[in-house]
Design a protein around this ligand. Structure first.
Ligand code: KG4
Ligand code: ZN
Length: 338
């Protein structure tokens, strides 16, 4: 079964063809990052316009790269929630047009669920139950994935998302956008113990907070006339990774699940991957994370998620709607050890 996956929820216009939910036949991503870089963040109106310009080009390339004709596509999956409304509408409209023209089933996909499913796309042995950490530009969510579609949100960030913290602190340090890769690069030459920065562990909850860390980075820059940026970048990255690793592993141990998934753009961070590897190995947990290209936004994860839903007998109609914000799962009244 070949599913065409379409993703336009933020600043990447992406389309991919995935066979049977596992084999990526093509994966085309047209990034607008350079365009948004001069504003230091994504400008919604600019994003929508670029999606309109790029969508047909990206769709044609996705089919051509996969070497499939429209008649060989069996279904269309599209991100319809959450995201920038104007941006989502471009992908959803294109998906509806193709579904109508080619007479195919259409399925709307939740963007965060798709980030999680990037793990099933690449790891045959990925399974439920799992603790999943979704860290992106807009989310820092810790989930207990009990079974397909049965998810519990253990906690999320009280303020900035992890990716947002990377982006904002990079800006403070005079590094380029997006800040995650920029901080990772700068940190390679720095000492993670050079600058003392706070870690908001928020005992008793599965929540996160990064605004205090951002303030501390700002202060560190104010008091130091000639700051050592590699040291500050490494110290900041270590503070974020310390908290993400500690809380994720603690959740898996406390709830008693045998595996951990990482997902979202920040899961591309080399230090986070390395520290999680060590911490999970020490705790006897199996760790899964997608390859780099499937961590940041892409159409393949959308196609795979759509495939699993279609296999379970779910499909949408041409009345499919878009939603700017919709939680993937209800927040559980679970308390964490203090
Ligand atoms: O998942 P994603 O592509 O888009 C959203 O859905 O938000 O995530 C983008 C975020 C950005 O904040 C970016 O700075 C961060 O992921 N990111 C990273 C790295 N690569 C991307 N953060 C830390 N280290 C990286 N290597
Ligand atoms: Zn994303």
């Amino acid at each position: 079964m070949n599913v065409l996956g379409i993703e336009t929820s933020c600043d990447e216009t992406a389309a991919a063809v995935v066979a049977d939910g596992r084999r990526v036949l093509s994966n085309i991503v047209a990034s607008q990052m350079a365009e948004h870089a001069r504003y230091g963040g994504v400008v919604p109106e600019v994003a929508s316009r670029r999606h309109v310009e790029q969508i047909n080009i990206v769709l044609k390339r996705a089919l051509a790269d996969a070497g499939v004709m429209p008649s060989e596509i069996d279904a269309i999956a599209v991100t319809n929630r959450p995201g920038l409304l104007g941006a989502l509408l471009v992908g959803v409209s294109a998906a509806k047009a193709l579904a109508m023209a080619w007479d195919l089933p259409i399925i709307g996909v939740h963007h965060i669920e798709a980030h999680l499913y990037a793990n099933f796309l690449t790891h045959e042995d990925a399974d439920f139950p799992a603790i999943a950490l979704v860290v992106s530009g807009g989310h820092t969510d810790l989930f207990h994935l009990r079974a397909p579609g049965d998810y519990v949100l253990l906690g999320r960030t009280r303020d900035d998302a992890a990716g947002e913290a990377f982006d904002k602190c990079a800006r403070l340090m005079g590094l380029e956008y997006p800040g995650g890769p920029a901080i990772q690069r700068a940190a390679e030459a720095g000492d993670p113990r050079a600058v003392a920065l706070p870690r908001a562990l928020l005992p008793g909850t599965w929540e996160f907070s990064f605004s205090g860390l951002k303030t501390a980075v700002r202060r560190a820059l104010e008091v130091e006339p000639r700051p050592n940026i590699p040291d500050l970048a490494a110290s900041f990255q270590e503070a974020v990774v310390d908290v993400l690793t500690a809380k994720t592993v603690a959740a898996a141990k406390s709830i008693g699940v045998p595996r951990v998934f990482l997902a979202g753009g920040v899961a591309a961070n080399a230090r986070l991957r390395a520290r999680m590897e060590n911490a999970c190995a020490a705790a006897g947990l199996q760790l899964f994370y997608p390859p780099l290209v499937l961590c940041t936004d892409n159409g393949a994860m959308i196609a795979t998620t759509g495939y699993f839903h279609l296999q379970a007998g779910r499909a949408d109609t041409l009345a499919l709607d878009t939603h700017a914000s919709e939680p993937l799962a209800a927040l559980a009244p679970v308390t964490a050890p203090s």
